[in-house]
Design a protein. Sequence first.
Length: 96
Amino acid sequence: MPAPVLSVGSTVNATVSVGVIEAATDYKGQRSLPRDFSIELKQGSITNQRRSGRCWNPNRWNSIHGSRSPSVAADITCMERSRGWDCSHGFPVSLC
């Protein structure tokens, strides 16, 4: 059976009678869309970071940035310009 041919008049009538969103919605596509969701994630292997600093360096910098000490602010300005991990600034806890 061939698909029905819609005229401009019948398309306009359908849009006016049911609304634009209703006339434009493809229900076959909505029905075939899978609606099963899971919050389980695949767990990869866990890396032992040892003393690499990959985990705690950013946290240490966040706490230093929150500090209002002028001496720490001067060291941060120096570090922000160089973008390096220079350990010669004499922080109480070594960052490297």
